[in-house]
Design a protein around this ligand. Structure first.
Ligand code: SAH
Ligand code: SF4
Length: 432
């Protein structure tokens, strides 16, 4: 039996798909990349922006013919989109060829759901917020592994659907996390990325996030530790100390700012000002001079006018991120911002968006150029996707580097002299 899994959205969804694969492998399934040869197709969905939702609905709609040709094929949808009642209802009524649907809270019940779906249509949209340990995981081969440490979000940013579809914050027990990472290292993994919607608000059994990081770094054989996504309101001095102190913690922070205007930040319910955000960056750069930053920005939040947008540009100039992930505001059902009236037209928002990309590309290129001539420690991740003759890896600061090296060196940290840079990628030579 062959399964096809398509994953949308963030690293948490990718991690959930690794669990789906783990459970399917235990049931005897193999995996394929083409839905046309699959006995089972699963779409693990994202609800953060409308664009992702429309793509999912388009792809599922297109499967109708396949299902008519092969009625034994099973089609399922899971993840964040399904945790929104109006979407689940739409699937129930209009996408009759979908056999089963389950939300983010039912992931561990997937084997039962699949079995039931052989006989009847299943909709499991329960919202119990338990953490269930022990679900099998099938990851990509070493050296990189993603390890969720907390789930959900309590922040209710005015634009965001995550707290509604992923539920309240809950953290895994430190011992469960440490045991999992020790096993990963025994299996040959070298770098772990700790995952959470607000990874730095982690807390369980009296253990805080900086304390957890300290324990993770003690694991022998583990070379690198990363974590996403951090919320600026929870960057404590203790966390800064740990980042500075622990060699295994990569000197890169993904720290979404979202907007540069204090008024817009307050309307977004982000809990910090631009000044406070920039002060965090400054403090980190003082303690950890080589640290790099990336960020997320939303353009066109309903209350944002042109002069407030200009403040975002000002922050970009000052913060000098290596890279940003930028989005045009997308109204999400049930969120406070859903029905807010927009100050700017769509055309104005798009123009601002382009202006911001132009500025950030300039900054990113300048930052990338500054690596040329330096020597960077790079963990070799595997063959380059664009050219299999080359290897690809990342610097401590999370820049992608392409270089020549033997396949037997995958998982090693090597010194690479950077010889050339494009905006997003560095090229270099391994020093021996
Ligand atoms: N928990 C993380 C990420 C949440 S979603 C955090 O707090 O930063 C990832 C990114 O999507 C967000 O950082 C935000 O920039 C963007 N995003 C979330 N909701 C959005 C919306 N309604 N419209 C546009 N972008 C959105
Ligand atoms: Fe969404 Fe804000 Fe929570 Fe991030 S912190 S997941 S943006 S509500």
């Amino acid at each position: 039996m062959k399964a096809f899994i398509e994953t949308y959205g963030c690293a948490q969804n990718e991690s959930d798909s690794e669990k789906l694969r783990g459970m399917l492998k235990n049931l005897g399934y193999t995996f394929c990349d083409d839905v046309k040869s699959a006995d089972l197709a699963i779409y693990n969905t994202c609800a953060v922006r409308e664009g992702a939702e429309l793509r999912v609905l388009g792809n599922i709609g297109a499967l109708k013919n396949e299902k008519t040709k092969r009625p034994d094929m099973l089609i399922g949808i899971c993840g964040c989109m399904m945790q929104q009642e109006h979407i689940a209802e739409e699937i129930r009524q209009k996408y009759r060829h979908v056999d089963f649907v389950f939300g983010t809270h039912a992931l561990y019940r997937f084997p039962e759901i699949l079995q039931k779906a052989q006989h009847e249509r299943v909709f499991d949209l329960e919202t119990d917020e338990e953490i269930v340990e022990g679900t099998p995981v099938l990851r990509d081969p070493p050296p990189l592994a993603k390890v969720p440490i907390m789930y959900g979000c309590n922040n209710f940013c005015a634009y965001c659907v995550v707290p509604y579809v992923r539920g309240r914050e809950r953290s895994r027990k430190p011992e469960d996390i440490l045991t999992e990472i020790r096993q990963l290292v025994a299996d040959g993994y070298k770098e772990v990325t700790l995952l959470g919607q607000n990874v730095n608000s982690y807390t369980a059994d009296g253990v805080t996030f900086p304390q957890l990081l300290t324990e993770v770094c003690k694991i022998d054989g583990l070379l690198r530790v990363r974590f996403v996504t951090s919320h600026p309101k929870d960057i404590s001095d203790e966390l800064i100390e740990v980042i500075a102190r622990e060699n295994k913690i990569c000197k890169h922070l993904h720290l979404p700012i979202q907007a540069g205007s204090d008024k817009v930040l307050a309307d977004m319910n982000r809990g910090y000002t631009a000044e406070k955000y920039l002060a965090i960056i400054k403090k980190l750069r003082e303690k950890v001079p080589q640290i790099t930053f990336t960020s997320d920005i939303i353009v066109g939040f309903p209350t944002e006018d042109n002069s407030e947008f200009e403040e975002t540009l000002k922050v970009l100039r000052e913060a000098e991120f290596d890279m940003i992930f930028s989005f045009i505001f997308s109204p999400r059902k049930g969120t406070p911002a859903e029905n807010m009236e927009s100050v700017l037209t769509d055309e104005e928002k798009h123009a601002n968006f382009e202006k911001m990309l132009e500025l950030q590309n300039e900054i990113s290129k300048r930052k990338a150029d500054a690596y040329v001539g330096t020597v960077q420690q790079v963990l070799i991740e595997g063959k380059s996707k664009n050219n299999e003759q080359f290897m690809s890896g990342r610097t401590d600061g999370a820049k992608i580097v392409i270089f020549e090296a033997g396949e037997d060196m995958i998982g090693e940290i090597v010194n690479v002299k950077i010889t050339r840079a494009t905006t997003w990628t560095l090229y270099g030579e391994v020093l021996r």
